[in-house]
Design a protein around this ligand. Structure first.
Ligand code: HEM
Length: 414
């Protein structure tokens, strides 16, 4: 029986990989007791992870919670409407939502965001430089990795520039633990986001913009998303898109700051080298530690003597799948060259964006953000240096998202 898993523990949050390696050695899935007294099946190997994510017997629909209080406050309504999104659905409902959204997220439309992502990046970098000059140090998460993805989602949703600071502030608050802010501040932020998104949808209906979200709103007449679905979609895009990308940018920056050889190679190389840094970060430091929860609709035999009974909670641990030594030699080493195109053997595709029907809808956008942000950061601030011991940086607790909460930096003196 594996040791109980306590995702809130700071040491586990910082380095969960040895624990996952022990589970992987036990077979395709392990039944793990959780610190809260329940249990879950964790899938930690690369092959079993792909198999589970492509298997319709693992459902994404959350179980109905008996005795759940009615959503009678605006903050509760906001939270429960978020729960209606496409990640929480199975075929055929999921297919419909996915088809409508994919039509808005075409590669051409995503690529067209590049100049705006560049402009947002340069503005943030100018502010970061001023702060570093003035204060000596700054937190790269707070000043760069957090605001950039939120501002980009603002572009996707067509949030007017004047409202972006408010969007950023509400997002920050709803993502904070309730006890970290003044009483009621998290609920207030949920309410503000809910009200704001409702008005945004009404505005887009009256006067559609050239943003991706307007395309979704306009599709309503042709059997597209209704108001509740649009609201859920706005929340999903915000939450699926910001913390994940924030962790990608924060982890990639941290890995480059702690691997000077790889940093020099990236700065001397071209876009392919930077793309390899992004892919290797997605494998080595998966921004989503696990996927969303699945539940077996019937008993499933995963081989190796492991049968998961019907109705059981299952978590596919993407962070662990990326470190599977059977598929990635030297899995704990940060080696972007494994993703360089060329004559060598390219590494297996990582599972950082998931796999199967729920494969990340924003993968192209996330890659675009990293392709713009990382080279610009290290070119604009060539003397950027870590201002803390990397072994002591705090990581976000929990099994869903993974990344450093703070990356303190300074400019090295010439
Ligand atoms: C580095 C950044 C990102 C990572 C690592 C990431 C990762 C993932 C993963 C692993 C899934 C599948 C989850 C599951 O199967 O339970 C997913 C789904 C999704 N992602 Fe991302 N994501 C990123 C950025 C984005 C962005 C920027 C957006 C949108 C603007 C986005 C929108 C979505 C949506 C809508 C889904 C649900 C797809 C569906 O249910 O069919 N993601 N993402």
């Amino acid at each position: 029986m594996p040791a109980p898993l306590d995702p809130a523990h700071a040491d586990f949050a910082r380095d969960p990989y040895p624990y996952y390696a022990r589970l992987r050695a036990q077979g395709p899935a392990a039944r793990v007791p959780l610190a809260n007294g329940t249990h879950a099946w964790l899938v930690t190997g690369y092959g079993p992870a792909r198999a589970v994510l492509g298997d319709p017997r693992f459902s994404n629909v959350p179980p109905r919670r008996a005795g759940r209080p009615r959503a009678d406050s605006p903050a509760e309504r906001a939270r429960s409407c978020l729960a209606r999104h496409m990640l929480n659905s199975d075929a055929p409902g999921h297919l419909r939502l996915r088809r409508l959204t994919t039509a808005a997220f075409t590669p051409r439309r995503v690529d067209a965001l590049r100049p705006r992502v560049e402009r947002l990046t340069d503005t943030l970098l100018a502010r970061l430089r001023t702060r570093l000059d003035r204060e000596g140090t700054a937190d790269l998460v707070d000043a760069f990795a957090f605001p950039l993805p939120v501002l980009v989602i603002g572009e996707v949703l067509g949030v007017p520039e004047a409202d972006r600071d408010a969007l950023r502030e509400w997002t920050y608050r709803v993502g904070s633990p309730a006890d970290a802010l003044a009483p009621g501040a998290v609920d207030e932020a949920w309410t503000s986001l809910y009200t704001y998104f409702r008005e945004l949808i009404a505005d887009k209906r009256r006067a559609p913009g050239d943003d991706l979200f307007s395309t979704l709103v306009a599709g309503e007449r042709d059997g597209g998303l209704d108001d509740g679905e649009l609201l859920a979609m706005a929340f999903l895009l915000l939450f699926a898109g910001y913390e994940t990308t924030m962790n990608l940018l924060a982890s990639a920056s941290l890995l480059l700051l702690t691997h000077p050889g790889e940093r020099a190679a990236a700065c001397a190389g071209g876009p392919a080298r930077w793309a390899a840094v992004t892919e290797e970060t997605l494998r080595h430091a998966s921004p989503l530690e696990g996927t969303t929860w699945r539940r077996t609709t019937e008993a499933v035999d995963l081989g190796g003597g492991v049968v998961i009974p019907a109705g059981e909670p299952v978590l596919v641990v993407l962070a662990a799948a990326g470190r599977d030594p059977e598929h990635f030699p030297e899995p704990d080493a940060f080696r972007p060259d494994r993703y360089l195109p060329g004559d060598g053997v390219r590494a297996a595709a990582h599972l950082g964006f998931g796999h199967g029907p729920h494969f990340c809808l924003g993968a192209r956008l996330a890659r675009l953000e990293a392709a713009v942000a990382l080279p610009r950061l290290f070119t604009a601030l060539p003397s950027l240096t870590l201002a803390a011991d990397p072994r002591e940086l705090p990581y976000r607790p929990g099994l869903l998202v993974r990344g450093p909460r703070r990356v303190p930096v300074r400019l090295a003196r010439p």
